[in-house]
Design a protein around this ligand. Structure first.
Ligand code: KIV
Length: 276
């Protein structure tokens, strides 16, 4: 029996319509069902199940180690917690680079096995033949250019892109090629503000979603853990605005719990079951 989709469910068309109307698009990452339900209730347009899960959930120092199976599990959990937001699954390292067939099979797994409605693939013009085939198979693709974390070792660290003519030309040509290939949206990560604005102006259907790319993108994305302060204290990039600082609240709650259990104050009578 098929589940009836929500009437008001966001789709890739929501991105295209918002760009056309000049309305900003809001995206955050999530990796579990409960957080996804909160973002959804708050009215976020889309949830990206980022491979940043490798860093912020699994404690790795890069996104490279996370596997298809782990990303599928995170994505399925997010889908279960979401009613309206578009859910986009991030394709992990080596799930699409080896061949077009590998990319199609793994992108298809996200739609078939986790219920996501789109996938994200890192890379510029060199990824266009792959992305084009994935889209031809009916799978919506969000592109991702600028600082692409799966290539962190090639970049030699988190360096701001688009500061030189060659890099600006590569970014612009890549964005246009990704739009031509059919991407409904493109993440612009860690790039100089004016090139992000120029790309946004040059694209008419693919919405740009910035992270560290300035205010002139069609929308913005942040990693949920980072914007809630649930991050390594040494990680504080300039672009990150912290909307809450949860660690002291969590620390305080856990310390009070330890204290209550140690003193024998928890559980009390009201928190225990009687015979009747
Ligand atoms: O993995 C991720 O969270 C991302 C965003 C930073 C765009 O790719």
């Amino acid at each position: 029996m098929s589940r009836t989709p929500q009437k008001k469910k966001n789709t890739v068309q929501t991105f295209i319509n918002k760009k056309a109307k000049g309305e900003k698009i809001t995206v955050l990452t999530a990796y579990d069902s409960f957080m996804a339900s909160l973002l959804d209730k708050a009215g976020i347009d889309a949830i990206l199940v980022g491979d940043s899960a490798a860093n912020v959930i699994h404690g790795y120092t890069s996104t490279l180690p996370i596997s298809m199976d782990i990303m599928l599990a995170h994505t399925a959990a997010v889908v279960r917690g979401t009613q309206k937001a578009l859910v986009i699954a991030d394709m992990p390292f080596l799930s699409y680079q080896p061949s077009v067939e590998t990319a199609i099979r793994n992108a298809g797994r996200f739609l078939k096995e986790s219920g996501s409605e789109a996938v994200k693939i890192e890379g510029g013009m060199e990824m266009v033949p792959t992305i084009k085939r994935v889209i031809e198979c009916g799978i919506p693709v969000m592109g991702h250019i600028g600082l692409t974390p799966q290539s962190i070792h090639r970049f030699g660290g988190p360096k701001v892109q688009g500061r030189h003519d060659k890099s600006r030309a590569y970014l612009m040509e890549s964005a246009l090629a990704l739009q031509d290939a059919g991407c409904f949206s493109i993440v612009l990560e860690l790039m100089e503000t004016t090139i992000a604005g120029e790309i946004t102006q040059a694209l008419d259907t693919a919405a740009t979603i910035g992270i560290g790319a300035g205010p002139d993108c069609d929308g913005q994305v942040l990693v949920i853990n980072d914007m809630l302060g649930l991050r390594d204290e040494h990680f504080k990039p300039k672009f990150l605005r912290e909307y809450a600082n949860l660690p002291p609240i969590i620390l305080n709650a856990v310390k009070r719990y330890i204290d209550d259990v140690t003193r024998g104050d928890f559980p009390n009578e009201n928190e225990s079951y009687s015979s009747s």
